[in-house]
Write a protein that binds this ligand. Structure first.
Ligand SMILES: [Zn+2]
Length: 395
């Protein structure tokens, strides 16, 4: 299976210049094609017979009209503009399907990146010797951390806060796993990062909150400074650095969680993480809330594939936090401040998130869902679990 791996690069000055040139070509091709498609769409408003150019059409036109007059295009690998055009065309497809807005023009210094392909297996253009990676028309570039020596299919080189990164797609064999692994339900936390039905609690990283506060303060300081001033540039650089740190802390926490889930369980049941539904119904705290949902789902998807486990998305309408996980016969509303679930039927008392994760674990399509009782909507309000069960606090 193909896996991806991202790490920092340590390019020399000449290589950095080549990287910047390649980013420039990618951006130029993308923006040129974007403008071209916009023109075509305007013409189409009067004449529906005009065809919207495909990625291949765009590439042909680029060679004819753009590359021929801009020599500097030939200083970079031909994959670079080609992939930029394919990406743009995909962005327009998403726009036509009304999944996203019209693609915007790229600005220099914002998400600079470019793509390279290894080509044929017999004569690969990208190689690695564990410590360095060889890129077409750039040469051997040092890696910040060692990489297993494998066949590389393609890579994306990107810039983040003045550092260069490489994301590599490479082939691996699936690791062996234990034969009888349990099923697990996961509740994405309101207070914690996640709670699993076997009682494991993944806390939100503490450093995250602290850095997040600092980031917000810096953001304000940037917006107060005069546009184009040196002080503003300095503050932007600082902000970029802290952005990278925060995103690393977040990614690290999510990586640990998804690795644990995929490696140790045969099936992982989790609420269907649609962004819109989540923002509506949940007040998520911490790492997964701040745009980590895509990343969390992406990681779970490829890691369950890697460890041959199954990922089950539970119907969004399933009221996992409202049902009693012990008797399954009772259900009442649970406002977010209710931290403890108390069942008036069987007396079951449990932490809210743990109760929800247990319900997720036993979910199947067509499961019995009891009617919501309104008698006990205040149940558990303001009660901490230790008080409810009579155990001493502060354990
Ligand atoms: Zn019950």
């Amino acid at each position: 299976m193909l896996l991806s791996f991202k790490t920092a690069l340590i390019p020399n000055n000449k290589q950095q210049t080549s990287f910047k040139k390649a980013c420039g070509v990618a951006r130029h091709a993308y923006n040129w094609a974007n403008a071209h498609i916009k023109e075509v769409l305007e013409l189409r408003a009067c004449d529906k017979s005009i065809k919207i150019p495909s990625a291949i059409d765009l590439h042909k036109k680029l060679i004819e009209t753009v590359k021929s007059v801009n020599d500097w295009y030939y200083e970079t690998n031909k994959n670079v503009p080609q992939k930029a055009l394919a990406d743009l065309r995909q962005a327009w497809d998403r726009c036509f399907k009304k999944v996203s807005k019209q693609p915007r023009f790229k600005k220099k210094g914002q998400r600079d990146s470019f793509y390279l392909e290894a080509g044929t297996k017999a004569k690969p253009m990208i190689k690695n010797d564990g410590k360095r990676v060889k890129l077409p028309s750039i040469g051997w570039v040092k890696l910040a951390e060692p990489l297993p020596v494998t066949a590389i299919h393609n890579c994306v080189i990107s810039r983040q806060a003045n550092r260069w990164f490489i994301a590599i797609k490479y082939e691996i064999e699936k690791p062996s796993v234990e034969s009888d692994r349990p099923i697990v339900g996961v509740d994405i936390g309101i207070k914690e990062l996640a709670v699993t039905s076997n009682g494991k609690v993944f806390k939100n990283p503490k450093a995250y909150k602290r850095m997040n506060k600092r980031m917000k303060r810096l953001q304000r300081s940037v917006s107060r400074k005069v546009k184009g001033s040196k002080n503003r540039a300095k503050a932007v650089k600082k902000l970029g650095k802290i952005h990278a740190t925060v995103s690393n802390i977040r990614k690290d926490a999510i990586h640990k969680l998804t690795h644990y889930l995929a490696k140790n369980h045969s099936e992982i049941k989790i609420e269907d993480l649609s962004i819109k539904a989540f923002l509506k119904n949940h007040k998520l705290a911490g790492a997964i809330a701040d745009c980590g949902i895509y990343e969390f789902k992406r990681q779970l998807e490829y890691k369950t594939e890697k460890f041959s486990s199954k990922l089950t998305l539970v119907d969004r309408m399933f009221p996992s936090s409202q049902i009693c996980s012990n008797c399954g016969q009772h259900r009442h509303k649970m406002p977010l401040k209710n931290r403890v679930y108390i069942c008036p039927d069987c007396g079951h008392t449990e932490d809210r998130d743990l109760n929800a994760s247990k319900n997720l674990e036993r979910w199947f399509d067509g499961i019995y869902i009891p009617k919501c009782s309104d008698l006990v909507s205040q149940c558990g309000l303001g009660v901490s679990l230790s008080r409810a069960t009579g155990e001493p606090e502060g354990r």
